[in-house]
Write a protein that binds this ligand. Structure first.
Ligand code: NDP
Length: 246
């Protein structure tokens, strides 16, 4: 029977590529959208037309009760979750001088609390069944820090602390927990940066001289989700074209 993969924020730039890759590999793919999202049906229809029978559920990943209700519905209508990809995330960039509590809290809750909120709903089941994959999408900026991103860098670094601690706790039960830290990936969000800024400020930081492709990150997710990756846990895998090495 095919495994169920739940990808949060699957309608975004990276999430969509992850959903497509996992579906192509035979997973039953379920994704989430923010309760306020008005275009989810359009996205689902366009994916269906391309032959991807994804299921999508409303979920505010920043809210524990919403995460709980979402995963319960998925379990009832699709099946228990074997692979969880904590991908949903936001930025609210500003220097620390201007950073207010609202923008700190929004980024912490959507990027970091969400990791607890979602993982909590699926982890016990994975342990009982003796198999599971938890994949947390962090960022190069959680590894190296970034100007104007005290909130985002803290949340993304926190995700990897979570990964390492949980990986220890579940290591003997067939469940792996890993972090992926992408650098600049050519999603719509990054492609919206003016070309001159991309060419003068961003691309020169990347030794490969180009942005990453969402499909490249999706390929890594697919590997971590696979049976072959059973011995890989607690890792933080950088995928950044050589921008940051440590
Ligand atoms: P997008 O902005 O394209 O997608 C983000 C997704 O997160 C959207 O689908 C959005 O859903 C969802 N989301 C946001 N807030 C919530 C919420 N409260 N509850 C549920 N879903 C929510 O971003 P990317 O695809 O570029 O990024 C995906 C992940 O990768 C993020 O965690 C990001 O930090 C990380 N990343 C991205 C990089 C890049 O270069 N693009 C580089 C490094 C890391 P909706 O639209 O329905 O609100």
């Amino acid at each position: 029977m095919s495994r169920v993969a739940l990808v949060t924020g699957g309608m975004g730039g990276l999430g969509e590529a992850i959903c497509i890759k996992l579906a192509a590999l035979g997973y039953k793919v379920v994704t989430t959208y923010s309760p306020g999202n008005k275009t989810w049906k359009e996205w689902l229809d366009s994916m269906n037309k391309m032959g991807f029978g994804f299921r999508a559920y409303p979920c505010d990943v920043a809210n524990f009760d919403s995460a709980k209700a979402c995963v319960e519905q998925v379990a009832k209508e699709v099946g228990v979750v074997d692979v969880l990809v904590n991908n949903a995330g936001i930025t609210r960039d500003m220097t620390f001088k201007k950073m207010d509590k609202v923008n700190w809290d929004a980024v912490m809750s959507t990027n970091l609390d969400s990791t607890f909120n979602m993982t909590k709903q699926v982890c016990d089941g994975m342990l009982d069944r003796g198999w599971g994959r938890i994949i947390n999408i962090s960022s190069v900026n959680g590894q190296k820090g970034a100007f104007g991103q005290t909130n985002y860098s803290a949340a993304k670094a926190g995700m990897h602390g979570f990964t390492k601690a949980l990986a220890l706790e579940v290591a003997r039960k067939g469940v792996t927990v890993n972090t992926i830290s992408p650098g600049y990936i050519g999603t719509k969000m990054v492609m919206a940066i003016p070309t001159d800024v991309l060419d003068s400020k961003i691309i020169p930081q990347i030794p490969m001289g180009r942005l990453g492709k969402p499909e490249e990150v999706a390929g890594l997710v697919a590997y971590l989700a696979s049976d072959e990756a059973a011995f890989l846990t607690g890792a933080n895998i950088a995928i950044n074209g050589g921008q940051h090495m440590h």
